[in-house]
Design a protein around this ligand. Structure first.
Ligand code: ADP
Ligand code: C5P
Ligand code: MG
Length: 219
């Protein structure tokens, strides 16, 4: 079942909505790794150096949680604290809207780093359902980092982040979710030669040197 999901992601389906128009089809790099692996940090550095727009699924969910009148606020808050993955119907709409808003403002901004997505099978199914044919997934940038390093970075971040999930109890759940739900997605892409793995346990600059080498080769 899960094996079939990726096949469709790899397929290049011409998009009638972009073909023939001046609008470029969005080019997407999925950014994955454990909590605290440095996804956000490295995405910020990529944005400074390359023409990518950074969309963090976690940031979009936190913004929706905080949005006055959101019907999903409480659900998102509960899922985040428990380290669980929010149903994709919510997340995919936030991502799609953010991509559309970006391209509506500036059609040249068609390259996206989608950080923290797809994190489980439900996420991937939702992507395929809504975005397949409308965007090309180029590859997955995988920040590989040991669990202990990840936990310690998040605990350190928790001293100032104000995040409800940067505490030991939530982190243990987040690591379990990562191992049980996200790693299989990364492995699925790996089987299709779509994963670029980086040792993310090193310094920010050392990690970014590898990121640059990958992006320079891919572009
Ligand atoms: P993620 O988005 O993967 O959860 P972040 O980029 O937010 O991770 O980084 C988590 C914490 O670790 C932040 O406080 C960040 O400053 C710090 N950090 C990020 N990359 C490194 C690194 N290579 N070495 C040490 N600390 C890092
Ligand atoms: O990526 P980040 O660490 O910001 O994600 C924080 C939390 O947001 C996750 O632990 C999860 O509860 C939620 N999330 C989600 N689905 C995603 C990305 C994040 O439910 N695709
Ligand atoms: Mg992050």
């Amino acid at each position: 079942m899960i094996g079939r999901l990726i096949g469709s992601v790899c397929q290049r389906v011409p998009s009638s909505s972009y073909r023939g128009s001046l609008m470029m089809k969005p080019q997407v790099v999925f950014v994955l790794g454990g909590p605290g692996a440095g996804k956000g940090t490295q995405c910020s550095k990529i944005v400074e150096n390359y023409s990518y727009t950074h969309l963090s699924a976690g940031d979009l969910l936190r913004a929706e949680r905080a949005r006055e009148g959101s019907e999903f606020g409480q659900l998102i808050a509960n899922y985040i604290k428990e380290g669980k993955i929010v149903p994709v119907e919510i997340t995919i709409n936030l991502l799609k809207k953010a991509m559309e808003d970006t391209m509506d403002k500036d059609a040249k901004k068609f390259r996206f780093l989608i950080d923290g997505f797809p994190r489980n099978e439900d996420n991937l199914e939702g992507w395929n359902k809504v975005m397949e044919g409308a965007a090309d997934v180029k590859f997955v940038l995988f920040f590989d980092c040991g669990n202990e390093v990840c936990i310690n970075r998040c605990l350190e971040r928790g001293k100032s982040s104000g995040r409800t999930d940067d505490n030991r109890e939530s982190l243990e759940k987040r690591i379990q979710t990562y191992l049980q739900s996200t790693r299989p997605i990364i492995e699925l892409y790996e089987k299709h030669g779509k994963v670029r793995t980086i040792d993310a346990s090193r310094s920010v600059d050392e990690v970014f040197a590898d990121v640059k080498a990958i992006l320079d080769k891919e572009d």
